[in-house]
Design a protein around this ligand. Structure first.
Ligand SMILES: *[C@@H]1O[C@H](CO)[C@@H](O)[C@H](O)[C@H]1NC(C)=O
Ligand SMILES: *[C@@H]1O[C@H](CO)[C@@H](O)[C@H](O)[C@H]1NC(C)=O
Ligand SMILES: *[C@@H]1O[C@H](CO)[C@@H](O)[C@H](O)[C@H]1NC(C)=O
Ligand SMILES: *[C@@H]1O[C@H](CO)[C@@H](O)[C@H](O)[C@H]1NC(C)=O
Ligand SMILES: *[C@@H]1O[C@H](CO)[C@@H](O)[C@H](O)[C@H]1NC(C)=O
Ligand SMILES: *[C@@H]1O[C@H](CO)[C@@H](O)[C@H](O)[C@H]1NC(C)=O
Length: 493
């Protein structure tokens, strides 16, 4: 990792904590940027999945003519239910990670392939998984990272589809529908906007396309997290709101730090003020992650979780205002262990746990530091976190130190239309009411064909997961509505 300032990155990642989607409050603004990933590993993969892995020679640079090299772009194809000729193609616009992971986790596509007679294609996002434009050097410096943009990724998808349609017998007239969740959902929506000639429509699940400067209030994200806790148990949000001061108080002495480390069974005891800061960030991320995976059934995400995990967490947090700091933090420790030790197999809690191998933490950080600038803030009143303002300058400075580039705060709004989308068509935006990313999503109908589907009991793209007996009626209805739109688009296509 020569050119990228590894020492800075190391400082960033070591001191604050990265569970998967999120990270680092103490890197001031950077925390909000380290985003979301499609949730939940397949644990009990209901339908066995079968696909072919293929590679396409893709241009490194679609928008300039000097760099004429190509790279192997990975994509997965499942065509056992495909009706030839002309059967539809459901095309997953890959996010910031190994595409096999998203393929394994998007049960919805596997479940509807047969009824639609559809071929499934999962296309990897460049710079992730195996689709590395410069092989091992792809992340070596900002020159090599220069082609990591959402625009290039969308162009990859478009060129790949055009190629598939012209080379696959029976696919020439196949209507293509884009699907994606989270960042992948943002891509599927943008894909339909930018390439309406290539896809007849898009499902953008839990896609915060408005989580950009000036589009939604920066505090809404954490407000949704807080509401999830408030509705899941007596005084649950109030106890967490109170816990930060208690941690500050207790961690002001060496014996307090030791007590805290023991209560939480930390792998590495807290030694300093800055350790305590890292600890609070890790805890904050834990609550945020829980909000994203608050699913109605037992699911295995980073670690296995019970059904409705926030309700389980909140059982340990139902305190009155008279609770002592020690009692409160004892409860908080029990609550954190629901997340980290549900199966009882964690010997200790590791506050520097990072993303899983299949997800591209560094790549997303670079994207957040260039195009994907997503302001976040907290006030401690409407949310249950310590107040922290959005500080673009500090964020930009961190990015500059890490990659030698600075973010362009307004670019996403310029290139993808901001809130002025009415001239587009055939996009479904689905959002879960429990999902904090719904704060940056489209939660009202813009036109007859820019449709918002709200799933009040849904966490992060619940609708894209395999269906389950415990699914709330709202997600069943959402899936049915989506299929109805798909059928219409296919007919038109
Ligand atoms: C996806 O599932 C396949 C088998 O179904 C497995 O070989 C592969 O490792 C999985 N990928 C990830 C990233 O979990
Ligand atoms: C700080 O902790 C001490 C000792 O545990 C306790 O007596 C005191 O009330 C706490 N102060 C605040 C402001 O919570
Ligand atoms: C996790 O749970 C097991 C079984 O209850 C327990 O023995 C272990 O101490 C717990 N780990 C932590 C870190 O609390
Ligand atoms: C904690 O996690 C970090 C990062 O994944 C890892 O390097 C370290 O070995 C872990 N520590 C323990 C005690 O498991
Ligand atoms: C948008 O319109 C669809 C179709 O009429 C409807 O089912 C859905 O509930 C509407 N969404 C919202 C957020 O009102
Ligand atoms: C639903 O989820 C539970 C818990 O993960 C799992 O055991 C079950 O197999 C899933 N499937 C169905 C069809 O309900």
């Amino acid at each position: 990792m020569a050119g990228v300032r590894t020492e800075v990155l190391h400082r960033v990642t070591a001191a604050c904590v990265l569970t998967l989607w999120f990270s680092c409050s103490h890197v001031i603004a950077l925390k909000s940027q380290l985003f979301t990933r499609l949730g939940v590993s397949p644990s009990s993969t209901e339908t066995p999945i079968n696909y072919q892995t293929l590679y396409f020679n893709q241009k490194i640079d679609h928008f300039g003519f000097l760099e004429d090299g190509t790279f192997k772009h990975r994509y997965l194809v499942a065509d056992e239910h495909w009706k030839q000729p002309g059967g539809p193609i459901l095309f997953y616009t890959g996010n910031e990670g190994d595409i096999t992971w998203f393929c394994n986790n998007t049960g919805f596509m596997w479940e509807i392939a047969e009824e639609l007679g559809a071929m499934l294609v999962f296309a990897e996002h460049r710079y992730y998984g195996e689709s590395l434009p410069f092989g091992q050097d792809s992340y070596s410096d900002s020159k090599h990272l220069n082609f990591l943009t959402s625009e290039q990724a969308l162009a990859d998808f478009a060129v790949l589809i055009e190629n598939l349609k012209s080379s696959l017998p029976g696919a020439q007239h196949s209507p293509v529908i884009a699907l994606g969740g989270s960042y992948g959902g943002m891509l599927s929506a943008w894909f339909r906007m930018k390439y309406p000639n290539v896809v007849v429509g898009a499902l953008a699940s839990s896609a915060p396309i408005w989580q950009f400067p000036g589009m939604v209030p920066c505090g809404d994200f954490y407000r949704v997290v807080t509401q999830d806790f408030a509705r899941s148990g007596y005084n649950c949000d109030a106890s967490i709101r109170k816990s930060w001061k208690a941690i500050n108080n207790i961690s002001s002495t060496a014996s307090g730090l030791q007590w805290l480390s023991e209560e939480f069974s930390l792998c590495s005891p807290l030694k300093s003020k800055s350790d305590a800061l890292g600890f609070k960030n890790w805890l904050q991320e834990t609550w945020v992650n829980l909000a994203m995976v608050d699913y109605p059934y037992e699911a295995n995400f980073l670690q296995p979780l019970p059904r409705w995990p926030i309700q389980v967490v909140c059982k340990y947090l139902g305190f009155d205002s008279t609770v002592s700091d020690d009692q409160l933090l004892h409860g908080v420790a029990q609550a954190a262990k629901v997340y980290y030790n549900y199966t009882g197999s964690s010997p200790c809690l590791n506050t520097s746990q990072t993303a899983t191998g299949s997800l591209g933490f560094l790549g997303w950080t670079y994207q957040a530091c260039t195009e994907m600038v997503m302001p976040m803030c907290t006030d401690g009143v409407q949310d249950m976190f310590e107040p922290e303002e959005w500080n673009f300058q500090a964020f930009s400075d961190e990015c500059n130190a890490m990659f030698g580039v600075r973010p362009r705060a307004d670019w996403a709004g310029v290139v993808y239309g901001g809130k002025n989308l009415a001239s587009h068509s055939n996009i479904i935006f689905s959002n879960g009411g429990l999902d904090p990313w719904s704060a940056g999503g489209v939660t009202f109908n813009i036109t007859d064909s820019l449709v918002s589907v709200v799933i009040p009991e849904g966490a992060h793209h619940l609708d894209l997961r395999y269906s389950n007996d415990s699914d709330p009626p709202s997600v069943r209805a959402a899936r049915a509505l989506v299929v109805k739109y798909f059928r219409e688009w296919i007919k038109q296509g």
